[in-house]
Design a protein around this ligand. Structure first.
Ligand code: AHR
Length: 490
């Protein structure tokens, strides 16, 4: 048993952008077909082709934004293929994920799906194999309030009201699948695309392709080239995957800590990008950071199986610790999109025919949802640390606290595989003594997971606790994520 005393201070910091809890769905493997779209299925309950079990699960999470159509697929996608009568949409081949693309799920279906789950749409345009006019006209098609040929076509296709899509990506991984470009070349293209995209709709926000940890120099070179046109860049987007080379279910205890240790790589890359973005911001235009793609990518996830992998308590602990890291970057980090929503990588939902399950990661999004838009409250604690073989530090516990509308949200993680934590948290932020219900996600076995046939092996439970003399006392079993909401004294 480890005893940890912590203190939540009575002073608030920056707000946690709600968009940190956003997500990403690509035409890849079984994410869109049949994770979202089941067409005319008579077996899977759907509304106009969109499966309703998935909608009802995602609606509960209130994902703030959803990025689409890729990923690598974005720079292989031509949006006109996905509008108009379904039977006349062309069949294409998905170059990156080696599968047919029937184009049944296009812009209108994506917007309808976002409306159904309550997420804001975020569209990534094609820079690698598309044109400036293609990107620009997609914006006009989606957002124009005028009666232009494109807006009229949108109306004829069933949507007289503009979609008002605010977030637009300018290419994806332009250093790789998005065109194997040099940062200088991408910067020139970005300036050209962004000029016409922003002129089409001045209210949109543009996301520029940033680095992955193997090419940190990309960001500085790109931003340097944007001098004088900084106003075109609203966000610089990083991609950081973890757990590569490790097994989704058959990881060793050492592997477990190694995956958690990789959060330090995200942390240092976010700090580096944040510093650069601040340095390249002007007094009237602030550039912020987006973590456009992140999450575990285990060795089982291959192109041949549509990047499918299982999700265990390791994924849950990894997600919760990552969110705590993101809260610490609240001043500079605007959005993060875990990859990907359904059946791909660190998915929220797995489907099998008409059955589905929510993964442990799904439950972490739910447990931590109270942090959105809350102001960060500093937490002080002495926490023992394990050092991994590759030199990263994994804290035995992690706490994050935020305050919103007179309510404290406190989330707590025990990362240890074998030690229970006896936690005592002094709530100096002003909570009255009271009985509380804590929501806890844990399991008998760290490798426990849900399947569409056995969907409830890992799910949150309610645990009773109390605040006495201003202190919350709690026992956190090994590999546990817990959260609680507490009204604060005015
Ligand atoms: O999320 C899977 C892939 O990972 C995306 O298509 C790409 O952007 C990244 O390399």
């Amino acid at each position: 048993m480890i005893s940890i005393s912590a203190r939540v201070a009575n002073s608030s910091g920056p707000a946690v952008s709600r968009y940190l809890y956003s997500h990403f769905a690509e035409h890849l493997g079984r994410c869109i077909y049949p994770g979202i779209w089941v067409g005319d299925s008579q077996v899977i309950e759907n509304e106009g082709g969109i499966r309703l079990d998935v909608v009802s699960a995602l609606k509960k999470l209130r994902l703030p934004a959803l990025r689409w159509p890729g990923g690598c697929f974005a720079d292989n996608y031509h949006w006109r293929d996905g509008i108009g009568p379904r039977q006349s949409r062309p069949k294409r081949y998905n170059l990156w994920w080696l599968q047919p693309e029937k184009n049944e799920f296009g812009t209108h279906e994506f917007i309808r799906f976002c409306d159904m789950i309550g997420a804001e749409p975020y569209i990534c345009t094609n820079v690698g194999s598309g044109t400036v006019e293609e990107a620009r006209s997609w914006i006009e098609y989606c957002n124009s309030h005028q009666s232009t040929a494109l807006a009229d076509e949108r109306a004829q296709n069933g949507s007289p009201h503009p979609f008002n899509v605010k977030f637009w990506g300018v290419g994806n991984e332009s250093w790789g699948c998005g065109g194997s470009m040099y940062p200088e070349y991408y910067a020139n293209l970005f300036r050209q695309f962004a000029t016409y995209m922003k002129a089409t709709d001045r209210s949109i926000s543009l996301v520029a392709c940033g680095s992955h940890p193997g090419i940190p120099e990309w960001d500085a070179i790109f931003l340097e080239r944007m001098k004088g046109t900084e106003h075109l860049v609203d966000y610089l987007a990083l991609h950081i995957y973890s757990a590569q080379g490790i097994s989704d279910l058959h990881y060793s205890d050492e592997d477990y800590y190694q995956v958690l240790g990789q959060i330090q790589i995200m942390d240092s890359n976010l700090s580096r990008a944040a510093e650069l973005c601040r340095a390249h911001s002007t007094s009237d235009h602030r550039i912020k950071v987006i973590l456009d793609e992140w999450g575990t990518w285990f060795k089982e996830a291959q192109t041949s199986n549509g990047l499918y992998q299982q999700s265990t308590m390791l994924d849950a602990i990894f997600a919760a610790l990552s969110f705590h890291c993101f809260h610490r970057h609240a001043s500079d980090l605007f959005m993060t999109n875990m990859a990907q929503t359904i059946n791909v990588l660190q998915a929220l939902i797995l489907t099998e025919g008409p059955n589905m399950c929510c993964t442990p990661t799904y439950h972490v999004y739910d447990l931590l949802s109270g942090h959105r838009d809350g102001k960060v409250l500093p937490v002080e604690a002495q926490i023992p640390v394990t050092t991994t073989k590759d030199g990263h530090a994994v804290p035995a516990a992690s706490l994050s606290a935020t305050e919103k509308d007179g309510e404290l949200t406190l989330s707590m993680v025990n990362t240890s595989l074998d030690e229970t934590i006896n936690l005592s948290v002094a709530l100096d932020c002003g909570a009255a003594d009271q009985e509380l219900t804590i929501r806890m996600l844990t399991a008998d076995n760290v490798r426990a997971h849900n399947t569409p046939k056995e969907p409830d092996t890992v799910k949150p439970t309610d645990v009773q606790a109390a605040i006495t003399s201003g202190k919350l006392s709690l026992i956190l079993p090994p590999f546990t994520v817990a959260s609680v909401q507490v009204p604060l004294r005015k």
